[in-house]
Design a protein around this ligand. Structure first.
Ligand code: PNS
Length: 158
């Protein structure tokens, strides 16, 4: 049984994230979406809200779980008995950081591999940071965030 982990902050989940979840879930038997607990000091959404949104949008997937983690990603991998990490690559600007993370993780845990999925062109400009900026200015996020998460976001920000 091949278990994969798709880690991130997901503050909030975007259509780009969901596209990677969809594709990664076909490449392994079981996919764990790992939500980093203490990434940014000032997340817009609490850990619980980020997890609730992810659980809602991944409901249709029978082989996807959403869990939080804290500390090193490689420790979370070991806990989950997973050896594959999935990450999305949008543009060359993502590359340096992603390469550094993949090499650090591999050095800490040589049995693991990072698999990069190239972002769907349709979402290559999209990031949680952009979504938050649009939200702060009361813009329309319907092209950026999965539909089931939109109502939740409205409710959380009331
Ligand atoms: O979506 P993000 O915020 O770019 O995801 C970054 C994440 C969560 C994958 C990364 O920050 C992470 O794995 N943090 C856990 C700490 C860790 O393992 N650090 C060492 C490797 S860089």
């Amino acid at each position: 049984m091949q278990i994969g982990v798709y880690p991130g902050s997901f503050d909030p989940v975007t259509l780009g994230h969901l596209d990677i979840i969809d594709r990664a879930s076909r490449l392994c038997d079981h996919l764990v979406v790992g939500v980093l607990q203490n990434g940014s000091k000032y997340p817009m959404f609490t850990l619980d809200q980020r997890i609730r949104m992810l659980k809602k949008v991944t409901e249709p997937y029978g082989n996807v779980d959403v869990l939080s983690f804290d500390g090193l990603l490689v420790d979370f991998l070991k806990q989950q008995d997973a050896k594959i990490v999935f990450r999305g690559l949008r543009a060359v600007t993502d590359f340096e950081y992603e390469l550094q993370m993949a090499q650090t993780n591999h050095s800490l845990y040589p049995e693991m591999e990072t698999v990069f999925l190239t972002a769907n062109v349709q979402y290559s400009y999209l990031s949680s940071t952009i979504v938050k900026d649009v939200l702060v200015h009361n813009g329309d996020i319907s092209n950026f965030v999965p539909a089931p998460a939109i109502d939740m976001i409205k409710q959380f920000r009331r």
